[in-house]
Design a protein around this ligand. Structure first.
Ligand SMILES: NC(=O)c1ccc[n+]([C@@H]2O[C@H](COP(=O)([O-])OP(=O)(O)OC[C@H]3O[C@@H](n4cnc5c(N)ncnc54)[C@H](OP(=O)(O)O)[C@@H]3O)[C@@H](O)[C@H]2O)c1
Length: 264
């Protein structure tokens, strides 16, 4: 799919992968609709993109409020016009053991990462069908393999993979493409913002993220996957990139590794 002059709605555009996607896609000639909770941050980013706020739009929203996302989208679509690509990127991670973690944390992880994705896709599907566009959902390698401290996050990201596999089959005849992206460890604030057992941001970084792939390299690979209309890609280096392949072909080996590793 060609990127130039496409209208691309990106959730989680205020930070990390979503911010970098906005910058790289705008530089390639796309018009970006930026969403996340922090309106001020989104406006600053939109102003800095080529064409500024005259070309790009800001739609603040909370993915956890998934029951009201359709209304929000409907209210702004007449002004924005047809949307070609939706990138379901906004999300939040977890670093806590199952035994310690409040049930409310599981609900929050599912609401933001899974129901937010489903609700945004439902709200924008009519436009994507008209445009024969694309749904891109950012799952994770945690959506393809398990590791300690992520029972809720991994559950939600596995759910995103399943949702996208079914949607791809249902939409195949419509011309709408469905791409699932599973990043490994990427250098963003994901670990700093990850929820602890009480549902608060852990406020510290992890070695795996610090030593992970740069966000610019990750996003370059994501954009190639969009242009090539791939179904699913894993993007990462080291164990975070290899993990899903090891799990697929040698599940016993992977499961023993996962039980031993104190992977953060
Ligand atoms: N970095 C990695 O290693 C990695 C690996 C695999 C998958 N991923 C996935 O990549 C995506 C982007 O994460 P990132 O690495 O860029 O992390 P990040 O820097 O923490 O960015 C997360 C983005 O999601 C938004 N967000 C969080 N909760 C939200 C909510 N309730 N409603 C709306 N927006 C919300 C945040 O914006 P506001 O705070 O302004 O709302 C922010 O823009 C996530 O889905 C994450 O699970 C990341």
């Amino acid at each position: 799919m060609k990127i130039e002059n496409k209208t691309i709605w990106i959730t989680g555009a205020s930070s990390g992968i979503g911010l970098e996607l906005s910058q790289q896609l705008a530089a390639k000639g796309s018009r970006i609709v930026l969403s996340a909770r922090r309106k001020d941050a989104l406006e600053e980013i939109a102003k800095s993109l080529p064409g500024g706020l005259e070309r790009h739009s800001v739609v603040p929203l909370d993915l956890a409020d998934y029951e009201h996302l359709a209304e929000k989208v409907q209210a702004v679509l007449p002004e924005i016009g047809p949307v070609d690509i939706l990138i379901n990127n906004g999300g939040i991670s977890q670093r806590s053991l199952f035994v310690d973690t409040d049930l409310a944390v599981y609900k929050q992880l599912m609401d933001v990462n899974y129901f937010g994705t489903v609700a945004m896709t439902k709200a924008l599907l009519p436009s994507l069908l008209t445009q024969r566009g694309m749904v891109v959902s950012i799952s994770s390698v945690a959506g393809k393999m398990g590791s300690k401290l992520r029972t809720g996050y991994s559950g939600a990201k596995y759910a995103v993979v399943g949702f996208m596999d079914c949607l791809r089959a249902e939409l195949a005849a419509s011309g709408v493409k469905c791409l699932t992206i599973c990043p490994g460890s990427i250098q963003t604030n994901i670990a700093i913002n990850a929820l602890n057992a009480q549902g608060e941001a852990q406020q510290k970084n992890d070695d795996s993220i610090i030593n992970g792939m740069s966000v610019s390299e990750c996003v370059e690979q994501m954009i190639k996957a969009i242009e090539k209309e791939r179904d699913e890609v894993v993007i990462g280096k080291g164990i975070s990139g290899m993990g899903p392949t090891i799990k697929r072909f040698f599940p016993g080996v992977y499961n023993r590794l996962a039980a031993k590793m104190e992977y953060r």
